[in-house]
Design a protein. Structure first.
Lengths: 298, 292
């Protein structure tokens, strides 16, 4: 009897221990949120809602507004998505529909996986010494100021970096399209192109959108490559070639040298905004994926 | 009358559809090939620029000041290894525990909350994690430190470990657990001696993949580990890491430092590839065990 009792006690301790780890994760998230909220309190109480709409960024006059960085983040990420979309869709269709098995597909798949593993700082390094000179030539040909670095350079690098993410979600959903639907379309005499555009893509639509949302979340929070290529300019960019700053890059550039007080607190508030935006986008994307997984397709 | 039943087949239209189909297939192929070209450009560029820097002394000596040729990245190698060790030690027990909890209580309210928290954690931008660790670790200690860098990386690793543990344990047949419990083994014994060993390969794979993911992270280290041009073994002092060294040397104006950074990029990429390869080897074994 005594041994069973100790076993029971040990079981209880063990179960509590496991639950403690799980609770620890919830607590960690709460600590993260409270810390960042607490650290931005000075800036929140000083500037209020105006912080989001003001385009001043003046560390000497202690007047701060996040608009240039919000605009910079949105411009770079959306441009990156637009650039990457045809490529990631093509890869998703190749791997999911055209030839899920086969040597060439296997090769493309491992290369894409490899690409997902390349660290952001290496993308940025390469972008700085390979891509930027090319972009500078392009700008000279177009007759605009040849900065090289700027929104456009960052978007191109971001586009390359998010291809693995957006294509992998899209591929998964495309492979989930029921065979019977496709066969029905083929038996009616459709070509492969027609099956893809009229059956596969409409069926996989929500999954493709989820993939786009998840890669948008990544692009918004991406720091190193963008910091190296964006040109570090705290003004609202006038065109897509202009140097700018994103929310992540301004934190990376200024935080280490920021004076404690309003400057640091404003950078924290930018971090808070970044945190909220990426979490909302991520959660919507995951929600869509969950509902697809539950319904087994559409 | 019969004409209406048969479908009109205009040969020109058929040809048009066929051409369109071929064009579409070709576009898919071309776009796919175009998307992997940047990878080749990056790899060849890194090897071309960095290969000359890699000599035996590159791995064991410290960076030299500007103007002196040679030098190495020993401090950053030590730093990266130390940070990864700290992060793994911190994240592994909590991650496996929480993953176990999720696998054991998949439908409970608490389980849902934990799962949501893991998803939110995974979505936090890495630079924001750097900011938070600065507040909760760097500021109280008073200086940048290897420990704070390790904590930042641990937070980044945690969601991956939880998810892979949960997914692996879910695949283990319940009969295994039931058999153990039916033999009279207590619950904790069943988990520790039956369930976890059965999922060991899957968990190891997850850990290797998550190490590969954090090994190249730079943003969370900017205000935590900070970087250090000298050798440091003290976890409470600032420390150099491979990705951070690449960043600082890459944006410096000196060619000598660029060469060092390219060399460091080769080492970092090779390390990440090795980890991924190792993960795949372990995962392959795992798959075979299951079919057997």
């Amino acid at each position: 009897m005594t041994t069973t009792k100790t076993f029971n006690q040990r079981d209880l301790i063990f179960k509590k221990g496991i639950a403690l780890n799980a609770i620890g994760i919830v607590v960690l998230l709460a600590v993260i949120f409270v810390t960042i909220l607490f650290s931005s309190r000075e800036s929140i109480s000083e500037f209020g809602l105006g912080f989001v709409f003001s385009q001043n960024w003046d560390p000497i006059g202690l007047n701060f507004g996040a608009l240039p960085f919000i605009v910079g983040t949105m411009l770079t990420s959306i441009l990156a998505l637009l650039i990457s979309l045809p490529f990631s869709l093509a890869i998703a269709l190749l791997l999911g529909e055209y030839s899920p098995k086969g040597k060439f597909t296997g090769f493309v798949r491992s290369m894409i996986e490899l690409m997902a593993g390349v660290p952001s700082v290496i993308f940025g390094f390469w972008g700085l010494y390979y891509l930027v000179p090319h972009i500078r030539n392009l700008q000279m040909a177009l007759g605009i100021l040849p900065y090289g670095v700027g929104i456009f350079a960052s978007s191109v690098i971001l586009a390359i970096m998010i291809i693995p993410y957006s294509s992998s979600v899209a591929r998964e959903v495309i492979t989930m399209v029921p065979r019977s639907l496709k066969e029905a379309a083929y038996s009616l005499g459709s070509t492969r192109f027609e099956v893809i555009t009229k059956v596969v893509l409409p069926y996989a639509r929500s999954g493709i959108i989820a993939g786009i949302l998840l890669s948008l979340g990544r692009a918004i929070g991406e720091t190193m490559a963008v910091t190296m290529l964006i040109g570090n300019n705290n003004e609202i960019p006038k065109d897509i070639f202009a140097p700018a700053n994103t929310m992540a890059s301004v934190i990376a550039n200024e935080f280490a040298e920021a004076q404690a007080g309003l400057h640091m607190s404003s950078l924290f508030e930018i971090g808070l905004l970044l945190f909220i935006i990426s979490i909302v986008i991520n959660l919507i994307g995951r929600l869509v994926i969950h509902s697809i997984n539950k319904s087994g397709g559409k | 009358m019969t004409n209406k039943l048969s479908i009109e087949l205009d040969p020109r239209q058929i040809r048009r559809r066929k051409v369109l189909n071929t064009l579409f297939s070709a576009t898919i192929m071309i776009l796919s090939i175009l998307s992997i070209i940047p990878l080749f450009l990056i790899l060849t560029h890194i090897v071309k620029e960095g290969f000359s820097a890699i000599k035996p002394e590159f791995l064991v000596s410290l960076p030299k000041p500007v103007g002196e040729p040679g030098g190495g990245i020993a401090n950053a190698l030590v730093g990266t290894i130390m940070l990864i060790s700290i992060a793994t030690i911190l994240a592994l027990p909590v991650g496996i525990g929480a993953g176990l909890f999720l696998a054991e209580h998949p439908k409970s309210k608490m389980g849902e909350l934990v799962r949501l928290s893991v998803e939110v954690l995974q979505g936090i931008p890495s630079i924001v994690i750097g900011l938070i660790v600065y507040m909760i670790c760097v500021k109280p200690i008073g200086n940048f430190s290897a420990l704070s860098g390790g904590i930042a990386l641990a937070i980044m690793m945690l969601p991956f470990i939880v998810r892979t543990t949960e997914e692996t344990l879910k695949l283990i047949p319940t009969t295994l657990k039931e058999a153990s419990l039916a033999l009279g083994a207590p619950y904790y014994h069943t988990i520790l001696q039956v369930i976890l060993p059965a999922g060991l390969n899957g968990i190891i794979t997850g850990v290797l993949v998550s190490i590969a993911r954090i090994a190249g992270e730079t943003a969370p280290l900017l205000f935590t580990a900070f970087g250090n041009p000298f050798m440091n073994m003290n976890p409470l002092k600032p420390i150099a890491t491979l990705p951070h060294l690449i960043f600082t040397y890459a944006i410096s104006p000196y060619d000598d430092w660029h060469a060092l950074a390219w060399g460091a990029a080769i080492i970092l990429l090779a390390f990440i590839l090795l980890l991924n390869f190792g993960a795949r080897m372990v995962a392959g074994k795992f798959g075979m065990d299951h079919s057997a």
